[in-house]
Design a protein around this ligand. Structure first.
Ligand code: SF4
Length: 241
């Protein structure tokens, strides 16, 4: 076992150049929180476009050569099928011009990365988001099994991770086997504000099932439990922090 623990050392800077409504339209999407705020309301609605406001955060502008872990496009899935190829090429070009950084690309459509394999920055991690091994048809993203199959191949060329969010009812043996065979470097259990209130129509996994899953995947990869997910676990256990 390589261990299970919470930590912060993989966190870094976030960059969202591409804005508009994410083509995947997941019902749990946290951009809804931003859409409710006056300052960011315009950013995650409407057609996909490059943000003409300040998307390069001040710390990157001030010191562009400093080495960072940069999380690209956390609010719109840049590899969704509905995203124009030109946008993706421009974003990857911006990344390659700052090769000192390590880039994290999150997606629910990892199969599209094959189209850009040669253009990806040298230092990057591909994180596939999975809500379950079952296909509940709640999102316009490809079914979980398609994401799993794409990740099997991507792991041969990239450092990879999987983020189980928002964790929906799953089949323990299947999901653990997927994570084992994907040979990912990390398995994240994260959640953001909206998932504290969003209730999946099919219900949530039991606390004991989640605990078994965490120990099951920790046999094969490193596990990161985010603070909001930890909060959800404590709430499920009837313990309020
Ligand atoms: S893929 Fe991510 S950004 Fe896109 S709708 Fe789903 S949760 Fe939101």
């Amino acid at each position: 076992m390589r261990g299970t623990y919470t930590h912060r050392r993989m966190q870094g800077q976030q960059v969202n150049m591409l804005v508009g409504e994410c083509p995947h339209q997941c019902p749990w999407c946290f951009t809804e929180v931003y859409c409710a705020q006056r300052k960011t309301r315009m950013k995650y609605t409407g057609p996909l476009r490059f943000w003409d406001g300040t998307w390069v955060v001040p710390s990157i502008k001030k010191n562009p050569h400093y080495r960072r872990i940069v999380r690209m496009q956390s609010c719109v899935d840049m590899f969704a099928d509905g995203v124009d190829r030109e946008y993706i090429l421009d974003i990857l070009d911006w990344c390659r011009k700052q090769p000192q950084n390590v880039y994290k690309f999150r997606t629910r459509n990892p199969a599209r990365i094959f189209e850009f394999e040669e253009m990806m920055p040298k230092q990057c991690m591909i994180i596939s988001e999975l809500e379950s091994n079952r296909d509940y048809g709640l999102t316009k993203a490809p079914p979980p099994e398609d994401r799993y199959k794409a990740m099997l191949a991507l792991t041969r060329s990239f450092v990879t991770a999987v983020d189980l969010k928002p964790l929906l009812p799953f089949d323990h043996d299947v999901l653990v086997e997927w994570i084992r065979s994907m040979d990912v470097q990390w398995c994240y259990f994260t959640a953001l504000h909206k998932w504290v209130t969003w209730r999946p129509p099919m219900g949530e996994p039991e606390l004991s099932e989640i605990a078994q899953l965490i120990f099951g995947v920790a046999m094969y990869t490193d596990v990161y439990i985010g603070p909001t997910f930890k909060y959800l676990l404590l709430r499920k256990a009837g313990i309020d922090e």
